[in-house]
Design a protein around this ligand. Sequence first.
Ligand code: DGL
Length: 261
Amino acid sequence: MIGIFDSGLGGLSVLAAIARKLPAADLIYLADTAHLPYGNKEDGYIRSRVLQIGRRLVDDGCGVIVVACNTATAAAVAAFREHFPELAVVGVEPGVKPAAAQSRSGRIAVLATESTARSERLAELIRQHAGSVRVHVEACPGWATRVETLHLDDPHFAAEARQHLTPLLECGVDQIVLGCTHYSFLAPVLQPIVDQRAALVDVAEAVARQCVRLAGTAALGSGRLTLLATAHPERLQAALPALGLGWLRHRLCSAARLIVA
Ligand code: DGL
């Protein structure tokens, strides 16, 4: 069994990529909706949530866990691995490495939550993989919560996104890293703003490939999907078609369930 979790809907972008690559795997998606957003919380809080959720997924039989959240990975994946040494753990980190490799202008941007933006882990990722380019780290408060509302076509949000992106584009950024899994669902709003001037870099496919490499026998099951949430499970399930993931409903074995974790 493979467990995938996030604060809310964002990790569904990663779930979808994994579900496509591993049609027979049994998957659990857990949304920690009662505690979202993670991006404006202290590291200690995020760590304690991540460990609680890890315990729950292990108790449910997961041998592979995907931390489908850049914020949780930055704040807590080291503690998570230490706490659950028997697990295969896949974290999600902003695609700084591919963006730096693909940049022709030598300027890239990372859009992320406040927590990820200030994290030492992102600073280290940039030092390791983007030494030869200029990296603009842009915190985007409220964007993950915007995805949770599913009102993605709100013109006020498009105007706010333009305000963030225009200065980056004007200074020559040609790769924009979506450094929060929620932001994958904002691509239809962001793409027309960046137009041909920059590429949006999303790591969901790369994370799914890593999950395939580590899955082992967890890839072999009956292709069932279980949805769990710490609040409003019905919203999690209703979000699937709203986010273009209605096809995942065929893998559901029961209605999304509320859990205490
Ligand atoms: N989806 C998450 C991430 O990748 C967290 C968003 C949030 O809860 O603030 O960072």
